[in-house]
Write a protein that binds this ligand. Sequence first.
Ligand SMILES: Cc1cc2nc3c(=O)[nH]c(=O)nc-3n(C[C@H](O)[C@H](O)[C@H](O)COP(=O)(O)O)c2cc1C
Length: 252
Amino acid sequence: MTTFTSLKTRLPWIQAPLIANTPMSGVATGELATVVTRAGDLGQIGYLDDMHALSKELDSTTKELKDIISTLPDPDQLPIGLGVNVFGSQIDAWMRLFATYKPAAAWLSFAGTSEMKAWAEGIRKLSPKTDIWVQLGSVQAVMDVAQACHPDALVLQRTGASIVSLIPETANAFQKLEIEISLIAAVEIMDGRATAAALTLGASGAVMGTRFLGAVESHIPQIYRDAIFSASDGGQSTARSRVFDEIWGPNF
Ligand SMILES: Cc1cc2nc3c(=O)[nH]c(=O)nc-3n(C[C@H](O)[C@H](O)[C@H](O)COP(=O)(O)O)c2cc1C
């Protein structure tokens, strides 16, 4: 496990506590990533399967963040994360993207340990300063990926049990490993109280998806945003589904 300080060493523009928007495919574009990074957090661009469109997005984000980039110790670092839905993605095309834009973080989802390893090694070879973040939901998967890929951060999100048990159990398991990895909490975090709780449980930062759908910079239809704002009694009005997991492939 690591502290905020080690995250800040690698992401020098961030302020405590680390907050990031999740790289929601088609929703978290450069526009959202730009405002989140400008706020002292980690803005992330979501997965697109159109490499041309993604390159354009990365070009415009690089221009928008020029002033922040000029303050960084490494002017080649693009101060955003880039989401990759690994399963079914063409590794060569993505590696060219990482080599060209050098995002500060790569958020890898939806793949087994051996695929994650291949992607982590490929990215590190071409863009050594890109932090590898892997999204996972079980202690077993965390231990496997931690030892095989040595990621910089593991994003822990509930699949069965909530992060209330997943983070402490993972943190305990980590004490046996001599590897420095940041634990980041995900799912159902909506405000400062939940972020504080995640930090208390042992996370070094928090990521939010749904919370950022309320931001006008997220690319969703207004009717979708209105439905989120008008929802109440979340425990009852939230339905859990594995539809995205089934669409995208393996999710551990
Ligand atoms: C609209 C939307 C799109 C998403 N797209 C992706 C995606 O492409 N890849 C991914 O790894 N996770 C994706 N996620 C899941 C988030 O990464 C994250 O696990 C989740 O949003 C966290 O829970 P929260 O929404 O309660 O904050 C998406 C989530 C939402 C709400």
